[in-house]
Design a protein around this ligand. Structure first.
Ligand code: GCB
Length: 720
């Protein structure tokens, strides 16, 4: 933004002179020198008020949807402040009475609209890669009622959203994937009201996520539902109702009031089918807690996703929800659901539907994604790499899908920056608060593949874990997808690879000689044996493992690593891939913390429809081969309780520009962007189908128990 007049273009300088001249001042009435120069200055240097405390369960309230078309102005030059607050660069609303003349340079108009909810990138071809500011405008005619409170609710806007009502600034929300709301009561007037939301999708190295270090498309816009909520002067803003003790059927929780008279009020909680009726009294801060015994509670589980109708009322106002009761806990290195090892048949998923380009925004969009999840025989979804919309978690509750819920702390973050930490914390808090009552959410993830392994990173992520733990009294486990230390971890594997290569008759004699010389006498049939037995062990020891309850680990055996080894040994990549795929079934995964493990990613790229009888890279055959080897390999890891392969569907990414194959899509999907299956889909579906049949026949989940947990120890676990 131009801060000094010296930098402004000549035409603007002339204009400023005109406005500053006596005639100019006379013609524009109240204009003064500052106003004229403001023309160039963009935003004033002010503090933006924060949103109101998050309202949970928005749709169950008196909710007037503001979805649909919004008029827009693409504010690429960042000149929007005056347009928003005055209607134009100039004094936009003044029409001179003598002539009716008025110069305008901007207007919101029905000819330029975007659908809300929705990203702008997939709606307008010119905005496909646009990552700056767009002004959204909507007019609403209404009569605000005395004694009522009005809150403008956004399911999400990516990345920074500034709200203006009737041209006045209300506040700013930062973070692209979490819900927020503003109390707009004092800004509304009878008749026509205008809402302008300035959305800025710009990211830099201090934002969460950053632009450069995360492999997904940074869609901009008002991407999720928007609505105006009407509340009484005092209302229930947040609550948590959860099963605390499975054996005693003890339900606990709290309610939080907001508004004018929050102290010493009574909230009634009614869960009719569980025989629960409680009066909850609030304290001076408007918070009330309760503990109550339920009757014949049917627990929520993937096989039987039972949801109870729960009603919370304050005076005449009642808020209804559907809540499932279950307990997630950890015993040794096993995650338990309702006291039994949790069967995890997982898949990772970005928030893109197969129904249309761009982000998933509606229940139908999510349903199309979950239909594929079901067809895979999966029961667990890693929502990568950020909180997904509320339709997702509610549908998962209904369908019995377990969720790993994540915040977009991906790879390299500005770990030492307090402002970045504050935004990260607010994203964790908003994510946890929105979904506290969702039985489907079985763990909170605080990061994906974060590095480097410094103290600053550990402090940052520990603070996020603490935030989640503080807000969630039901003790959902905290997870993270870790990366390893390839040099140390892969030393053993390198030796096995070496031996495998030397066994390959296709290895050219000159390469063989060179490798033999490097090996210096190492036996071609051997390779080092790891301490823990015949195979090779990858032991995850990233110190972040101390902080989390569940150790996730992303590994790309059969995909990236072969390239790394081929290059460092100067061996043909195809031969290296064959060697790697051959040794994979001997690799085992463990962690140094005795904690439960989930392989949070593995995968390989394939262009749907590309076939190769030689199993060439990017073919469906190669991807399917990687999946077969991975499944064999992971079956050897008793400490791995489940996995969430990467990824359900091809998704857009700024990092993927390989022409003819990627064309801005990460091709590791099991289906294409339009939902066409690749061969690997069936490989995984068959594997999970067998697991599911075994579980239904009463067997313990295949990999659920680490050797160090005794099987006897588990059934007695109360899970609380
Ligand atoms: C990863 C990242 C994920 C990428 C994936 C890939 O490890 O967590 O965001 O998309 O690898 O395809 O490289």
């Amino acid at each position: 933004m131009h801060k000094t007049i010296a930098k402004v273009p000549a035409y603007a300088f002339l204009l400023a002179l005109i406005l500053l001249s006596p005639q100019g001042i006379a013609a524009s009435g109240e204009k003064d020198a500052d106003t004229a120069i403001d023309f160039f200055q963009g935003d004033p240097d002010i503090e933006y008020p924060a949103p109101a405390p998050l309202l949970v369960n928005p749709m169950a309230r008196d909710y007037r949807s503001l979805n649909g078309p919004w008029e827009i102005i693409v504010d690429e030059a960042g000149m929007g402040w005056r347009v928003i607050t005055q209607g134009d660069y100039f004094d936009g609303d003044t029409v001179y009475p003598d002539t009716g003349m008025m110069l305008k340079e901007h207007s919101f108009d029905s000819r330029t609209q975007l659908q809300v909810p929705g990203d702008w990138n997939s709606q307008v071809p010119e905005l496909d890669r646009y990552r700056s500011r767009v002004l959204y405008h909507k007019a609403l005619t209404m009569t605000p009622q005395a004694g009522k409170r009005y809150l403008l609710y956004f399911g999400g806007a990516n990345y920074t959203a500034d709200l203006f009502v009737n041209n006045a600034l209300v506040g700013r929300h930062v973070g692209g994937y979490t819900a927020f709301d503003f109390d707009v009561t004092g800004f509304l007037r009878p008749g026509k009201n205008t809402f302008i939301v300035r959305v800025d999708a710009a990211l830099d190295e201090t934002t969460i996520p950053t632009m450069r270090t995360s492999d997904f498309w940074k869609y901009g816009g008002i991407t999720r539902d928007v609505g105006l909520i009407t509340e009484s002067d005092t209302y229930i803003s947040q609550y948590h109702v959860y099963l605390h003790d499975r054996e005693k059927s003890e339900i606990r929780g709290w309610v939080q009031l907001a508004g004018e008279r929050v102290a010493n009020r009574v909230v009634a909680l009614d869960i009719k089918d569980a025989g629960v009726k409680v009066r909850i009294e609030t304290n001076a801060e408007g918070r009330g807690e309760f503990t109550v015994q339920a009757k014949d509670l049917a627990l929520w589980s993937p096989e039987s996703p039972h949801l109870y109708d729960v009603a919370l009322s304050l005076g005449d106002a009642s808020l209804e929800d559907r809540i499932g009761f279950r307990i997630v806990s950890i015993k040794g290195s096993t995650i338990l659901l309702n006291g039994k090892p949790m069967p995890i048949r997982g898949i990772s998923m970005h928030e893109e539907t197969v129904l249309h380009p761009g982000l998933s925004a509606s229940r139908e969009d999510v349903m199309a994604q979950f239909k594929l999840v079901r067809e895979l025989n999966a029961n667990f979804v890693r929502l990568a790499h950020y909180p997904h919309n509320e339709h997702t978690v509610r549908l998962a509750d209904e369908m019995g899908l377990m969720l790993w819920s994540e915040v977009p702390i991906v790879s390299l973050i500005d770990w030492g920056n307090p402002a970045t930490l504050a935004v990260a914390k607010s994203q964790v808090a908003e994510n946890v608060t929105r979904d506290l009552n969702r039985a489907s959410v079985v763990m909170w993830s605080i990061s994906n593949e974060s590095f480097p392994q410094t103290q600053a990173r550990l402090d940052f992520l520990s603070a996020l874990a603490a935030t989640a733990r503080e807000l969630d009294d039901s003790d959902r486990p905290i997870a993270s997808a870790l990366v390893g230390n390839p040099k140390e971890e892969f030393a053993d594997i390198g030796k096995h690879l070496f031996a495998q290569l030397l066994r390959d008759p296709a290895l050219p004699p000159s390469t063989r000689e060179r490798l033999m010389a490097i090996a210096g006498g190492q036996s071609a049939s051997g390779g080092a044996q790891s301490e823990s037995g015949g195979g090779m062990a990858v032991v995850i020891d990233d110190p972040l493992g101390e902080v989390v309850d569940v150790v996730g680990y992303n590994e790309y055996f059969g995909w990236y690593y072969s390239k790394y080894f081929a290059q460092s040994l100067g061996v043909d990549e195809g031969l290296m891939r064959n060697a790697m795929l051959a040794i994979m079934p001997g690799i085992r995964f463990e962690n140094a913390f005795g904690k439960p493990m989930i392989i949070s990613e593995f995968g390989a790229g394939a262009k749907q429809g590309l076939h190769s009888d030689k199993g060439f890279i990017w073919s469906e055959e190669y991807q399917a081969r990687v999946y077969r080897q991975q499944l064999q390999m992971l079956a050897q890891s008793p400490c791995v309780q489940g996995f969430t392969p990467w990824v359900l569907k091809d998704f857009r990414s700024h990092l993927r520009e390989l022409n003819g194959i990627q064309e801005t899509y990460n091709r590791k999907g099991l289906v294409s962007e339009t939902g066409q299956r690749k061969l690997a889909f069936q490989v995984l579906a068959d594997y999970y189908g067998q697991e599911k049949a075994r579980e239904e026949a009463g067997a313990e989940p295949g990999r659920a128990l680490c050797q160090r947990d005794s099987v006897e120890a588990v059934p007695g676990a109360t899970g609380d």
